[in-house]
Every structure is written in C-alpha cells, then in structure tokens.
Ligand binder design. Structure first.
Ligand SMILES: [Zn+2]
Ligand SMILES: [Zn+2]
Length: 397
C-alpha cells in the first residue's frame, strides 16, 4: 500500500495536535506530528480534515456481539456480523467475550475466534485482539443477565485446555470461588489481563486475588460487591468491597459502561476523577441487540442463552435489572466527553490506548504513533464516526 497522508487535528495520547499530519504506508503509521515538520516532499496529496478529528481506532476489551449476532453463537458468520457493526461505531480491535455456557459452547466460540482472526480481511471489520474469557466462572449470586445453568466454579481441565488454544488475552473469574487462586496464577503465568467480575468478593479475597495476579474489575459498579451488600452477607464490622479495592490500589484497573443507561453522569465523573485515564477503560459490553430493533433476544448462545428485552437503548433482564448495552464505542466516547470533565484526548485514550495496553497490545494498536498499525478514525466535531481505517485500509460499511 502506497504512502497516504491525512492532515487535520490529531487526537494523540496526551494532547490534540492542531494541523497535524498522519502518514501511513503498507498498513502501518510512518509519521505523526506537525504538518510543517513532516519529512515528505509533496504534501499536496494529503486528505484534509478541516472540520473534525483524526483519532486512533477504538479498542473494546468487553463485547458480546451486535447486529443480531453473539460471539457465543460460535460461527464465523456471527463473528463477521458483530465485528462489522462495531467497526461502523469506531472499534478497530476487539476482544470477543464469552458468556456462561456449556464447556463445548465456550470451546466452539474460542475456535471460531481463532478462525476469524486467521481469515481476517479489511471488509470483515474489527480485528480480534484476543478473547476475553469471561463466563463461566461467576459467583452464583452475581450471574446477572447470563444463564445460571452455564455458571460453574473454575475447573482446571476445562480452562487449561481453553488457555492452550492460544487466543485468550483477558481472563475473568470471581475471586471468592474455590479454585480462583489457581486460575489467577495460571492466567498470570501466561501474561493475561486478569479480572474479577460477577463477584461478591470481600476486601481480603481481593487482596489474595491481587497477590495471585488479578489486576482488573469488570464493568465497575455492575455485578460486583459493595460495602452495603457485604454487610448484609457478612454482618459487622463493615468491610471494604471491590469498589474500595479498585479505588485504593494503584495497580488495579477497571472499565465503565458509559451508555448513559447503566451509570449516571456523576458516577462517570467520579470514576474518571478517582481512577484516571490510565486505569479506566471504556467498554461497550454490547450484546446482540446492538443495532437491532427493540425486542426479545438471547444473551449468549443462540440455542439456549438467557432471554432479555431491549428497548433500543439498553438491555433488561427485568424491570430493575439491566442486561448490558446495545450501543457502540462511539456513543461511550461521546457520553464520556459530554458528561465528565475529561479532556477529549483523555476520553479517547480510555477507549483506545488504555485498554490496548492493559490487554497487552499497546505496542501495536491504541494510539496514533509511528510504528503502530494504521488503525484510525475520521470523526466530525460531534465525534460521530465518518470513516474507519484498519491497517491502512478504509472499511466499507
Ligand atoms: Zn457482565
Ligand atoms: Zn459482559
């Protein structure tokens, strides 16, 4: 692929650079910097973006599907469908996320991930960074919208075989389950981002988990322990929960679902101010109802996933329990920008470099930097995605 030049406001990890130049060649970024200092003889061919921004492609480490498909359907078709709809919303790298389910359903999803990664082409949308091995090791009292039947305690025969497939990058387990510590140690040995989610863990269970390599908590404030919840379960004295552990331990990171339905603006602002753009990720946690009309859908495998309802704005298990989001990363970025004091480059960082780095891909994707894969977006002034490029090729939606 020949040299391509884009001139405009570049959203960099630490600033927005006005009148910058982005140069790509052979699928990689070869120059990022001031337009005047660019080392190219002829800049007249540059595509000029005068109303909007050039941003890095978004990276989503927690995503179940979209456009009617759930990754747990386990077919190449479901992967292409979901990857493509997320690309239209700015995601260029994603981590298909398992739900609870039978061992063979999880295995089928992992195999489809491998095939999908190997057969990637630009028209197939976002690239797979790795799998987020999320279900099935959830606490029984915190399964949320996932099917209860598909939940279980960590089983080494199962997860070792799954880990050996070589596609997992992120691994979740509730810290209080028997066998959680061995799961964490094995995942740490393999260099995964280890997360505790769908859990009622106490402070001391979090400390033990941290010592075993756990470093992240899934969807902050959702399906996790709280001081008042622990008091109901364990009595007095009141004890610290997952929330306090993340806020106090600088080695911990977490993520928010900024769809405007799960968390109020003040909680998004609180998370940003307390945790910061290096430890806080934006995730979609989108399910198959994303980009689909309101209706009834299955969370997880098409054949037997738990039913939920979508009103077109969010998923519901019941009137007072949500079932993850139905919108893309561009909505999360816009909400975080309009509802918090985070600067534009900080918001974009939470949706790109921070998740990429935490999931181990920070040297390849997640920011506009020379040497990285040319994954970038053209955004208008309202942060709507106008064009998406993956590895230097424009995605045709
Ligand atoms: Zn969840
Ligand atoms: Zn989820």
């Amino acid at each position: 692929m020949p040299l391509s030049l884009f001139r405009g406001s570049l959203i960099l990890p630490d600033s927005v650079l006005a009148d910058g130049l982005l140069a790509t060649e052979n699928g990689d970024i070869v120059y990022v910097g001031p337009h005047q200092e660019a080392p190219f003889k002829d800049l007249t061919s540059a595509v000029v973006i005068d109303e909007g921004y050039i941003a890095p492609g978004y990276v989503d480490i927690h995503v179940h599907g979209g456009a009617g498909a759930d990754y747990m359907d386990g077919t190449l078709d479901s992967f292409v469908t979901a990857n493509r709809v997320h690309t239209r919303h700015g995601t260029t790298t994603l981590f298909p996320t398992t739900t609870t389910g039978k061992p063979e359903q999880i295995r089928r999803m992992l195999q489809a991930s491998l095939e999908s990664r190997e057969s990637w082409q630009p028209d197939k949308g976002a690239k797979i960074g790795g799998v987020h091995y999320y279900g099935p090791y959830f606490a029984a009292d915190k399964v949320g919208c996932h099917s209860v039947d598909g939940r279980r305690d960590p089983c080494p025969e199962e997860y070792l075989a799954d880990f050996d497939l070589g596609i997992i990058q992120v691994a979740t387990c509730a810290a209080e389950l028997p066998g959680a510590e061995a799961f964490y140690r094995e995942a740490a040995r393999r260099g995964y981002l280890i997360t505790c989610g769908h859990s009622s863990a106490t402070w001391s269970q979090m400390e033990q988990a941290y010592a075993a390599g756990m470093r992240h908590v899934d969807h902050f404030w959702c399906a996790m322990s709280s001081i008042s919840g622990l008091r109901q379960q364990h009595g007095f004295p009141m004890q610290g929960s997952m929330e306090q552990f993340v806020l106090m331990e600088q080695g911990m990171s977490t993520e928010v679902i900024a769809d405007g339905q799960h968390l109020s603006p003040e909680l998004l602002e609180f998370a940003f101010l307390m945790i910061g753009s290096d430890r806080l990720c934006l995730v979609t946690d989108a399910n198959r109802a994303m980009g689909m009309p309101p209706g009834r859908y299955r969370f997880g495998p098409q054949e037997d996933g738990a039913w939920f309802e979508s009103d077109g704005k969010v998923g519901f298990v019941s009137k007072d329990a949500l079932a993850s989001s139905v919108v893309g990363m561009d909505t999360m970025v816009r909400n975080m920008h309009s509802q918090t004091s985070a600067k534009l480059h900080e918001v974009v960082r939470m949706g790109s470099l921070t998740p990429a780095r935490l999931a181990g891909l920070g040297d390849r994707v997640g920011s506009l930097e020379a040497g990285k894969q040319a994954d970038f977006l053209i955004l208008d002034l309202e942060l709507q995605v106008k064009r998406t490029f993956i590895a230097g090729t424009r995605f045709q939606s």
